[in-house]
Design a protein around this ligand. Structure first.
Ligand SMILES: [Mg+2]
Length: 441
């Protein structure tokens, strides 16, 4: 409202005074709204129900209504996802597959298709991206949306229900959601709304909502922490709500304080905007400029191998490889080549070596080398039945398993042993990674 644009109204001192009072009233209202907004956020949590199983059921409807287990089928495999019908037998995610099959021998076991799940995850992400003001993709099937301020224009809960209907319409996947003032309460309310439901916890009702629930419902309380809490006689959130924070901290340290906050319905964690990476790269500057071709080749090989692992870990494929060289005179040269989508070590390493050979002219000392994979898309590696033997596939899977468990440098090709650690961050967790651009070799 522009009060100065209507000077005729201020023709008498009484009218001007009245107008000033209205003006201050409007400022006050605005301040109240602004402060209210800064305290009371609207955070929506979305979770696709038994996501892997739901994707498999879209392809094979005969699985509907049956106990289904998805995960490793070897003797050391674990359950990655299971249907509600399987959960009735006491089966949970991360349980050894062998134990799950003992609990429910009639369960249908599926090895899983990461490419299929990535495709549906991407489809859902696109529906959310087109509509939400800000969202965080916290895993392949979970999202947080910050809807703060939208209540001035729409009802947040009504908007969320319409979004849920739209996701279901476009993907045919069942999903649940919870709306509250923070991430913890929203996630707990999503779990309470499952399967295929929605729930809102009105601001101010966080403590009464959480109170009757088991402490195991708090997102950061895993099986081990819950066992410790239960030994102390703590099973319900209500009990922790009555305890002093200091006592929880003395029992469980910093983690105890964080659990106490969550039990009170307190969580200031922000929604971190999600950005899809279109390329990943590693560069390394040599401590001394070099003409040692063997050393450069070894480092490039380690880089190519490391990036290929990061692709597979993030369920991504690349179709463009670039090799870069900066010479001692600071001139930069690069060469790239398009290839069919892949995340295969051998293909990417061979291409990196080929590009380096055609790029390096051996007349000048080299200051820096780098590798970039771009044109990334979601998808798992497709086995090449003509080239990939069973032993090779098993070898690659075993190497990736060791890297996931013991770090990315736990295992590498002998030719890459001359290089030091290359990188340790998975870049596909929703945040750009901290890739050391100029580490000393
Ligand atoms: Mg889920």
């Amino acid at each position: 409202m522009n009060l100065n644009s209507e000077p005729a109204v201020c023709s008498t001192p009484g009218a001007a005074k009245c107008q000033l009072i209205i003006f201050h009233f409007l400022i006050l209202i605005n301040l109240v709204i602004t402060n209210f907004d800064s305290i009371k956020r609207s955070i929506l949590h979305i979770d696709l129900d038994t996501f892997f199983v739901s994707c498999e059921r879209l392809l094979n409807p005969t699985l509907i209504g049956k106990p289904v287990l998805i995960g490793g089928t070897t003797s050391r495999g674990v359950v990655a996802s299971c249907s509600y019908e399987a959960r009735r037998f006491g089966i949970k995610s991360a349980m050894p597959m062998r134990m799950a099959q003992q609990l429910c021998p009639e369960a249908i076991v599926i090895r899983g298709d990461s490419g299929l799940y990535s495709k549906y995850s991407y489809l859902v992400t696109e529906v959310i991206r087109e509509r939400a003001p800000m969202y965080e993709k916290s895993s392949i099937d979970e999202f947080y949306l910050d809807l703060t301020g939208m209540d001035h224009f729409f009802g947040c809960y009504q908007w969320a229900i319409e979004l849920r209907d739209q996701i279901h319409k476009e993907s045919s996947l069942p999903l649940s959601m919870g709306l509250s003032i923070n991430k913890t309460v929203s996630k707990v309310s999503t779990n309470e709304a499952k399967p295929n439901g929605h729930l809102q916890v009105i601001a101010g009702q966080e403590k009464p909502f959480l109170s009757p629930l088991s402490l195991q419902k708090i997102p950061s309380v895993g099986d081990k922490t819950f066992a410790i809490l239960r030994e102390m006689g703590l099973e319900k959130i209500h009990t922790v709500q009555q305890m002093p924070k200091d006592l929880m901290q003395s029992l469980l340290g910093i983690n105890g304080g964080a659990i106490w906050d969550k039990c009170q319905g307190i969580d200031q964690t922000p929604v971190i905007p999600y950005t899809e990476r279109k390329s990943i790269s590693i560069e390394r500057t040599f401590e001394r400029d070099t003409i040692d071709v063997h050393k450069m080749g070894s480092i490039l090989l380690a880089m190519a191998e490391n990036l290929a692992f990061q692709l597979r870990n993030g369920v991504k494929l690349t179709s463009c490889v670039t090799v870069k060289i900066r010479y001692a005179d600071m001139n930069v040269y690069s060469k790239q080549k398009r290839i069919p989508y892949t995340s295969c070590d051998r293909t990417l390493i061979d291409l990196t070596k080929e590009l380096f050979r055609s790029l390096y002219d051996r007349r000048l000392r080299v200051r820096l080398v780098g590798v970039r994979y771009s044109h990334l898309v979601c998808g798992g590696h497709q086995i090449n039945f003509l080239e990939d033997t069973e032993q090779q596939c098993q070898l690659y899977q075993a190497m990736d398993m060791l890297r996931k468990r013991y770090g990315q440098d736990a295992v590498k090709r002998a030719a890459a042993l001359g290089s030091r650690a290359i990188g340790r961050v998975n870049p596909f967790n929703g945040e750009p990674p901290i890739i050391p651009a100029h580490r000393r070799a």
